[in-house]
Design a binder for this molecule. Structure first.
Ligand code: PEP
Ligand code: MG
Length: 917
């Protein structure tokens, strides 16, 4: 039979630190610490396999398990010298959850188990401390009632408040006008006297009997059974489920359950409890760091009613530090923490209790840390010889380093949460609300920080987005226009914030406030000009200005990146549309441009008039005249980008969006434009209506524009070649690549290629100079992926436009997905938002197929990806597997991609090594 219970205690343990899957993180840590001879109260771990069996059998305890648990509890008693259920010398235990991955505070724990009316009297006599025993008892009853019997905690909070008010009267405290919190501060739990506690316990037991119709379970063994089952069940509570979804933790893992002898930090002034870290989890600095509370149990630290004191001297009031108050326990703790960090070779987060002067460790785990701390710790541990460079590269979460490149919300600042949307582009920004792009530009020009708030954005809002400090949209997903453009600009953006309803007419946004269960409870109306703050890393929207901390790149960061670069195979390019973006991208280590979206250049104030004139022209000649006005602007843009990217690849995509995106849609704007263009507003309205499409994403866009209006791509090609000849003269020529969007057939490519070649020949003849370039296509349609062998006859490179390829493969509009994709992910129909992390099974298969078929035709075809997935670590892992040549992503994601690519290369390499073994 498989072993179901693993015992630890007396310097020996059945398990060890490697068994996180079976024993949970907490359990594995306890077993390993016991083996190391660190003082840990004895106990045992019921494996996570038992938990999965428990669920598989409809929440039934496996046969014989309780008898085994009972024997193990007796063993604990022998080691401690007391007995479970014994009145004179009772053993009390804790029953704690602990899964493979840390899920802090998400599951349940029960302390002081094994008490009843008779035992509490025995305990109090033995300890000669009736207050302590009764306090432990009343805490136990509340937790047990809440976790096991599922009685509302509120009932017990009310009973405690009544008891406290009565005690106040006896003590002569005038509590009548005090709030609950004030009274609690004036008369904390530790001041409740024996009589108060005794009657409180009685009242608590009465509540249990009233609600359940049965007395509180007196039998300690029955209590134990109830607690173990409740801990297992807590794997499936709502909080835990949400946490698992957020952190990609599989539902199937289950939790282990640890039963352990209680030690008490609340026995008096020579006792206490605390939490500590081997290094500072927020900065990464190598200093022993932590907090503790004298005469307290662990839950007091968590409850936050009492303010804990620093452990070591120099962190505030030295007199209150553990170092001064309990020097011996402190010295031992310092020794233990050092030992644990060296042993686990990672920063440890530990819980400890001092019982009557003696130190016990209750938990150790690899500590959570900020992005900044993560980088510093990894690099310093390499310098200290604790880990290798390779381990350091694998250890830092790529997503976490994006925080380093943006200002962040000051975590300690007070704030009022208004709503939560999608964390579309990281960073933090405060400013006045504006509802229109023009207004954003106007106010920003006056030096006012603004947040542009729109139902959704479109290309005509670009200037406002540029001017704004941050962008908030009510609709749209992670690849909506707002999200993509904001990331490209490195600007903070919260998208798809569906609690927000915008009225442009009244310049207000109405925010629905929801309670924890997702029920609407209230609405708040916020007006244009009011200040809000966005946290693009979490998707939070706050009322008022919340202070931010600026980004800072450390020497450690540069060092880690250098190691990552040595280990990666994939090149990392950037999506950048301007010289300025290109410069930012270079500063973050981009090795070229994988996508330059030329349409973004069209929205500039000086150009949009010519673009509109081009669109509205009645014939080819008029269109060519308008295009001629645009040509110098485009050439200028390309020259500036080429200069930034001397010697590196620059991939320019020809015009992609449907033309109506460049036209105004609101009446006032149409009238204004008609006046400038000297046409009748009604004619202009008609033209706008003519261009209307039911499904613009599947409409007249991409290279379809070139089929009907070849002169557009011809003008762009001329601008590109002229710019390339100009910079080539100064010997800073980039490696030029020209890319056709949304192709589905070889013929589309053949046709555009021919016209580009003609323009190239003309320009080269005029300039007396030739530049090399590659001609290629984006793969954004399933047909293109399937017919890749043919497409590769024309195309010298493929760049996977996985935003569109996801949209067209799944048949989910990227602009409407926000409305329902959340529900898909929540109900686990899809594992993740496929616009954020590649749908490897579906879209991935098309990518792999296209690579394979493309290579058959053209073995040296260049392969890359420029959709948003190019900056997503999980997707990068896949791109490494199918051996793309590069990933391209927004400039601020470049470091994320560099690190993720290094991790992917290392992981692939070890997977390869395993299969050849
Ligand atoms: C894509 O579709 O993946 C892409 C990069 O193009 P865009 O987002 O501009 O449609
Ligand atoms: Mg696309």
């Amino acid at each position: 039979m498989t072993k179901r219970i693993y015992f630890f205690g007396g310097g020996q343990a059945d398990g060890d630190g490697t068994q996180k899957a079976l024993l949970g993180g907490k359990g594995a840590g306890l077993h390993e610490m016991t083996r190391l001879g660190i003082p840990v109260p004895p106990g045992f771990t019921i494996t996570s396999e038992v938990c999965t069996e428990f669920f598989a059998s409809g929440e039934k305890m496996p046969e014989g398990l309780l008898a085994e648990a009972r024997a193990s509890v007796e063993r604990i008693g022998e080691l401690v010298g007391v007995r479970f259920g014994n009145v004179e010398a009772p053993l009390l235990v804790s029953v704690r959850s602990g899964a493979r991955a840390s899920m802090p505070g998400m599951m349940d724990t029960i302390l002081n188990l094994g008490l009843n009316d008779a035992i509490v009297e025995g305990l109090s006599a033995r300890m000669q401390n009736p207050r302590f025993a009764l306090d432990a008892y009343r805490r136990f009853i509340v937790t047990y009632a809440d976790v096991v019997l599922e009685i509302e905690r509120k009932r017990f909070d009310e009973a405690l408040e009544i008891a406290r008010r009565k005690a106040a009267v006896t003590l002569g405290v005038d509590a009548a006008r005090m709030t609950t919190a004030e009274l609690q501060r004036k008369l904390p739990d530790s001041m409740l006297d024996v009589e108060t506690l005794r009657s409180l316990v009685k009242e608590q037991r009465r509540i249990v009997a009233e609600v359940t119709g049965k007395p509180f379970p007196e039998d300690p063994w029955a209590q134990l059974e109830g607690a173990i089952m409740a801990v297992f069940r807590s794997w499936n509570n709502a909080r835990a489920k949400t946490y698992r979804k957020m952190h990609d933790i599989p539902e199937s893992w289950g939790t282990a359950c640890n039963v352990q002898a209680m030690v008490f930090g609340n026995l008096g002034d020579d006792s206490g409890t605390g939490v500590c870290f081997t290094r500072d989890p927020s900065t990464g600095e190598k200093r022993f760091f932590g907090e503790w509370l004298p005469n307290a149990q662990g839950e007091d630290v968590v409850a936050g009613v009492r303010t804990p004191h620093p452990i070591a001297r120099g962190g505030g009031d030295d007199e209150k530090s553990l170092e001064v108050r309990m020097p011996e326990a402190y010295t031992e703790l310092v020794r233990v923490q050092d030992r644990l960090e060296k042993h686990f070779r990672d920063m440890q987060d530990m819980e400890f209790t001092v019982q009557a002067g003696k130190l016990y460790l209750l938990q150790t785990r690899n500590g959570k840390r900020t992005g900044r701390a993560g980088v510093r710790i990894a690099v310093e541990m390499v310098r200290e010889g604790l880990i290798t460079q390779r381990e350091a590269v694998l250890r830092v979460d790529p997503q976490s380093i994006e925080q380093l490149l943006h200002p962040t919300i000051d975590a300690k600042a007070p704030k009022k949460l208004l709503a939560r949307g999608l964390p579309a582009s990281p960073g933090a920004a405060s400013g006045q609300i504006v509802f229109h792009a023009d207004e954003a530009e106007r106010k920003a020009a006056q030096g006012l920080p603004v947040i542009l708030v729109r139902a959704e954005t479109s290309p005509e809002d670009i200037h406002g987005m540029k001017a704004a400090n941050g962008i908030l949209t009510a609709r749209g997903g992670m690849t909506s226009h707002a999200a993509v453009v904001a990331r490209g600009m490195g600007k903070c953006c919260v998208a798809g914030c569906s609690a927000v309803a915008i009225s442009y007419e009244t310049a207000t946004m109405t925010v629905t406030i929801y309670d924890e269960a997702g029920r609407p409870t209230d609405t708040v109306s916020v007006r244009g000009g009011d200040v809000i703050t966005l946290d693009g890393a979490t998707g939070s929207v706050y009322l008022g200005a919340v202070p931010t901390a600026p980004a800072a790149l450390s020497a450690e960061f540069e060092e880690l990146m250098k190691w990552a670069d040595e280990k990666r195979r994939l090149k990392v390019l950037a999506n950048a549309d301007t010289g300025a973006d290109a410069r930012t991208a270079r500063s973050f280590g981009a090795e070229g441009i994988g996508l330059c979206r030329t349409e973004h250049m069209f929205f500039d104030d000086k150009r949009i008039a010519a673009v509109r004139e081009m669109i509205l022209s009645a014939d080819v000649e008029a269109r060519k005249r308008a295009l001629a006005k645009l040509l110098p602007f485009q050439r200028e843009d390309f020259v500036s980008i080429f200069h930034e990217m001397a010697g590196l690849p620059v991939t320019i995509r020809l015009l992609d969006p449907p033309l109506h995106e460049f036209l105004p849609h609101e009446r006032k704007q149409i009238e204004d434009l008609a006046a400038t263009m000297r046409v009748r507003p009604s004619d202009l309205t008609r033209k706008v209506e003519e261009l209307h499409e039911f499904n613009p994403m599947l409409g007249h866009r991409g290279c379809r524009l070139a089929v009907t209006f070849p002169e557009i791509y011809e003008m762009q090609a001329r601008a590109i070649f002229e710019a390339a000849c100009e910079v080539a003269a100064g010997s800073s020529a980039p490696k030029l690549e020209i890319m056709i969007p949304l192709a589905m057939t070889r013929r589309e490519l053949a046709m555009t290629k021919k016209s580009l070649e003609r323009v190239a020949a003309e320009v080269f003849a005029e300039k007396g100079r030739k530049v090399d370039y590659l001609f290629g296509t984006m793969i954004e349609l399933p047909r293109a992926a399937l017919r890749a062998a043919e497409l590769a006859e024309e195309a010298e490179f493929f760049s996977f436009g996985t935003n569109d390829l996801t949209q067209t493969t799944l048949g989910i509009s990227r602009d409407d997905a926000g409305k329902f994709l959340g529900a898909y992910v929540e109900s686990a129909i899809l594992p993740k938002d496929p616009f954020t992390s590649l749908d490897v099974e579906g879209v991935g298969e098309l990518v792999a197929t296209a690579c394979e078929r493309g290579k058959k035709t053209r073995p040296n075809i260049e392969l890359g990806v420029c959709g948003e997935h190019g900056g997503d670590p999980a997707s990068i892992r896949f791109f490494e597997r199918v051996k793309l040549d590069y990933v391209s992503c927004s400039p601020l994601r470049v470091p994320v991609a560099r690190l993720a690519a290094a991790q992917a290369a290392i992981t692939e390499e070890s997977a390869g090594a395993r299969t050849t073994d």
